[in-house]
Ligand binder design. Structure first.
Ligand code: DGJ
Length: 728
């Protein structure tokens, strides 16, 4: 059984394919965390916890001075009743007090997984076996029920957690903090791995030892952010890419979040994750409930790589939805870096004609096609074609591009409004703002208040009008600034701190409606590149523009870091012009191609400016990619060389049916008189024979893994190689 409860011992056992998670009721009231790690069948219920009186730790039960919540390893920590560590939730009463205390009431276990109303979340389908445990905890004074939700994906080896708060009393309550999970490890002998960065250098891997006190990863920007991804992992000190224990926490949410670890005085480590309590509160009237987003927790005993492959599979198969979940993604060309705002119908026709000749499948018209937009100072919100640039409209252009054998895609930035727009002139109160404060612009734009129903309805209407009229097969959904002066004119004073989360709920509802209304459109999310590359967005839109930085060397690190959690099929990766527009670097077309072919291949350059030889190479890249994309997009991923540690990067994909292997090797700077190096592959079948498709060379699986293949000499900077093997 996946989940079971033992009445006598008060033990809850959650068991996935290779993982056990164990909790225990203590004094019939408190829910203690006992274990999470490699599967164990049974534990001795009498010998799981040790209590000891501790100085300066208050005790809730005067008859038992050795028992304090301050030292009990817990599953979800109350505030103000003897646990003086980082709380999981906080509630304010009418009288201003904020003490909470939870006691176990009951629980239920059932097959499947409930949807989380209004929120993105992983889901169960016919192929997967999942069970859910809901433990109801009650604060009898507040009459607040806190329902801890756990789902075990058996085969996928994953546990998800979220929490529902229900006000079953007669008094209004205010949630000041409502995290999604917390867990107390009994020691802190871990490193913390995070994915940090900035615009243009997202998801750089940082690994550092835990230390006493609180270390946290947060966003307070109104989006999950370029700066910190809503993810963290705890790694045992000896854990590497392929060995050792790793615990991953990934938050299915696209707004403000916190992921925190508190190492306390006795070296226990409390992990917490959820909506950032900073600038958050939520009024819970009698009868109302609040559902938190979910955290996806992965335990791996085979290193960071094992954890990543678990996330990849889950997010490919149980997060991503719709037709494109299992469909190969088209090779696209996007006009942004080719023209920026400076284009017209004729130029797009010319670009798309060459693109079609080179074998591309989808033409994406980026920013600048609407209102009177000539630069980034106007027209966001006016989703009507720019008359002088596009005299026969989007429908006319799209039809013409379709005739060339290309599908047509279109850019929108639906959450934004320019001050110079008809939408803003008509509805100046539709943006996020507060009275008496200047509305600070970012990239000359303001943010629409998606907590307002009428705003969401108008955006759905105006986008639908374009999408119904023109044959659009792909939408790039952009979002180019973070929030300031956050407040909503739709909300009363006591609910102003709900604005950030209500914005996200509004956005999710709009995305749900639009993606359901246009199920054949492939949606790609974007936020100035990867400023909202998170599982929340991937639930609605199965791929994300990984970064605005298209330099292939920078992309090695960005894509490597992104791959810690997210599968290659989610990563938009384009070949662009050199010198590169973001960093000025010149790299060979082959190298740029290999980097971009390691995700969803696209091109973002003026194909007309390429030489005949470059066009031939590009045609070849596109055609090769069409042959191998099923391996990249749906295969298992192994990291072989880490660009954060050396001059080389290498990674490998194994096709779903395990009969094809792709290995990529990249070397940044050339060396004088270098050693002869080999590349060892991973995850192969020991006894299978693999043939290199281009040379017919033959290797055994164990040979490729233990001995490896020779890396050809690289006597130039930015050299790359790709090997395609087939099982014979
Ligand atoms: C930011 C995106 O990341 C770019 O790819 C491009 O679409 C621009 N916005 C357009 O304004």
């Amino acid at each position: 059984m996946t989940i079971r409860f033992e009445q006598d011992s008060g033990l809850f056992y959650l068991r996935a394919h290779r993982t056990s998670y164990i909790m225990k009721l203590v004094k019939s009231k408190y829910l203690a965390h006992i274990y999470w790690g490699e599967s164990i069948r049974q534990v001795n219920g009498d010998n799981l916890l040790r209590f000891q009186a501790r100085p300066f730790s208050p005790v809730p039960l005067s008859e038992d001075p050795s028992f304090s919540l301050d030292t009990l390893p817990q599953e979800f920590a109350s505030f103000g009743r003897t646990d003086l560590r980082f709380p999981s939730f906080q509630v304010e009463r009418r009288d201003g007090t904020r003490i909470t205390d939870l006691e176990y009431r009951d629980h239920k276990i059932y097959d499947g997984k409930p949807i989380l109303s209004g929120l993105p979340a992983t889901y169960v389908d016919n192929d997967s076996k999942a069970q859910t445990l809901e433990i109801t905890m009650l604060d009898p004074v507040l009459q607040l029920q806190v329902i801890l939700q756990y789902t075990v994906f058996e085969r996928e080896n994953v546990i998800t957690r979220s929490v529902r708060f229900e006000n079953i009393g007669k008094e209004k309550l205010i949630l000041l903090r409502a995290l999604s999970m917390s867990i107390d490890f009994s020691d802190s002998n871990f490193d913390l791995l995070r994915l940090s960065g900035a615009w243009g250098r997202e998801r750089q891997i940082e690994r550092a030892s835990l230390h006493s006190g609180i270390q946290s990863i947060e966003s307070r920007r109104g989006a999950s952010s370029h700066q910190q991804n809503p993810f963290m992992a705890l790694l045992r000190k000896d854990a590497t890419e392929d060995y050792g224990e790793v615990y991953g926490f990934s938050f299915v949410y696209s707004g403000n979040f916190i992921a925190a670890v508190e190492v306390d005085q006795y070296d226990s480590a409390r992990i917490s994750m959820g909506i950032n309590p900073f600038e958050f509160s939520w009024v819970l009237d009698p009868g109302e409930e609040f559902q938190t987003p979910e955290v996806v927790m992965v335990y791996s005993s085979n290193g960071i790589g094992g954890m990543s492959r678990t996330y990849h599979r889950l997010y490919r198969e149980h997060l991503s939805r719709g037709r494109y979940r299992d469909t190969e993604r088209p090779v696209l060309i996007n006009n942004w870096e080719a023209t920026y705002f400076d284009f017209d119908h004729g130029q797009i026709e010319d670009l798309s004609s060459v693109a079609s000749d080179l074998g591309l499948e989808l033409f994406v018209l980026d920013d600048g096609w609407f209102g009177h937009r000539e630069d980034d100072t106007s027209s966001l919100g006016d989703w009507i074609p720019h008359k002088s640039k596009l005299p026969i409209g989007i429908d006319g252009l799209a039809a013409s591009i379709n005739k060339k054998g290309l599908a047509f895609g279109l850019w929108f930035e639906p959450e934004m409004v320019s001050v110079d727009s008809n939408l803003y002139r008509q509805h100046p109160d539709w943006c996020i703002h507060v009275p008496d404060r200047t509305r600070s612009e970012g990239r000359n734009q303001l943010i629409l208040d998606f907590s307002k129903k009428e705003v969401c309805a108008e955006i759905i209407r105006s986008l639908s009008e374009v999408l119904l009229k023109a044959p659009v097969s792909y939408v790039k959904w952009d979002m180019n600034r973070n929030m300031s002066e956050v407040g909503s004119s739709a909300l009363p004073p006591e609910r102003q701190r709900e604005t950030y989360h209500r914005y996200m709920l509004g956005l999710y509802q709009v995305l749900e409606e639009i993606t359901s209304k246009f199920p054949d459109i492939l949606f790609e999310s974007c936020s100035g590149g990867g400023g909202r590359f998170d599982p929340g967005m991937l639930y609605y839109m199965p791929q994300t523009w990984t970064s605005d930085n298209t330099d292939a060397v920078s992309r090695l690190r960005i894509q490597y870091g992104t791959s810690i959690v997210y599968p290659a099929v989610t990563m938009g990766s384009h070949v662009s012009m050199v010198p590169n527009h973001q960093v000025g670097r010149i790299t060979p077309l082959e190298f740029r191609g290999h980097v971009a072919m390691s995700g969803n291949l696209g091109y973002e350059l003026d194909v007309q400016k390429l030489s005949t030889e470059e066009q031939a190479m590009m045609r070849e890249q596109v055609s090769v990619y069409k042959e191998i994309r099923h391996i990249v997009q749906f295969g298992d991923f192994y990291r072989l060389r880490n660009p954060f540690e050396c001059n080389e990067t290498a990674w490998e994909f194994i096709s779903e049916d395990r009969t094809e292997i792709l290995a990529f090797y990249f070397k940044e700077l050339s060396e004088a008189n270098p050693p002869i190096r080999r590349l060892k592959l991973k995850g192969l079948d020991v006894e299978a024979r693999y043939q290199v498709t281009s040379t017919d060379e033959m290797y055994y699986g164990d040979e490729l893994m233990q001995l490896g293949i020779f890396i050809p000499p690289c006597q130039q900077d930015f050299k790359s190689f790709m090997w395609h093997f087939k099982v014979v």
